[in-house]
Write a protein that binds this ligand. Structure first.
Ligand code: G3P
Length: 214
């Protein structure tokens, strides 16, 4: 599968988030492949109204209903239309203790959770907490033109081993069919991509190119 992280780019905010999600959906339908869109929390509801692809949030908290100003309530994210969440992205790191609590709450509430890790050791540590997915993304390659597949293939292999039974997703700098093919060959079960799609001149075409490698 391919997860498209919208981050907070102008091209993926507000009405642009809806247009982008629709392009991702068109590509997924045309290619017959699975895609998950990851818009900003404020855009989940509007994306849900316009697009049939599964939606993940960019973050969630372990809190319950109550007085928790500014936190991301899983039940609220579900009601907005999300099926799951990413947590511990390199751009929004949290403690291992909090990761454990969020995974537990997501399970209780039937909400998928993908936890990001910066290196194979962290992949191993997080995998012991049994999230639905673990993603390996070397921070220094995020948003750049050199992909994890070309720069760190050996660390993808190591991450797959460390992940054990937890499906491993890879991301950072992923831009083309070959990047996806290499990840898949090394044992990754999906990719996490942002700039290669969000900032592409033709996002639908960019998704189709990535899907060719799946
Ligand atoms: O979550 C995806 C991400 O951090 C990778 O970003 O722009 O390198 O595809 P990018």
């Amino acid at each position: 599968m391919i997860l498209i992280n919208f981050k907070t780019y102008e091209q993926s905010t507000g009405n642009n988030a809806v247009a982008l999600a629709k392009q991702c959906e068109e590509a997924a339908v045309e290619a017959g492949k699975k895609a998950i869109v990851v818009p900003q929390t404020v855009d989940i509801f509007r994306v849900k109204q316009a697009c049939t692809l599964p939606i993940y949030a960019q973050h969630a908290d372990e809190i319950d209903f109550g007085s928790h100003t500014g936190h991301m309530l899983i039940q609220g994210l579900k009601q907005a239309g999300a099926e799951g969440t990413i947590i511990n992205h390199s751009e929004n790191r949290i403690s291992m203790e909090k990761i454990g609590m969020i995974i537990e709450k997501c399970k209780e509430r039937d909400f998928k959770v993908l936890v990001c890790a910066q290196d194979p050791e962290e992949v191993g540590e997080i995998s012991k907490l049994a999230p639905d997915y673990v993603a390996y993304e070397p921070p220094e390659l995020i948003g750049g033109d050199i992909s994890v597949s070309s720069a760190k293939p050996e660390l993808i292999t190591e991450s797959v081993e460390k992940a054990g039974d937890i499906p491993l997703i890879v991301g950072a700098g992923v831009k083309n069919t070959e990047d996806v093919e290499i990840g898949k060959k090394l044992g990754a079960e999906g990719i996490l991509v942002a700039s290669g799609v969000v900032k592409a001149e033709n996002p639908k075409e960019a998704v189709l190119q990535l899907m060719k490698g799946m």
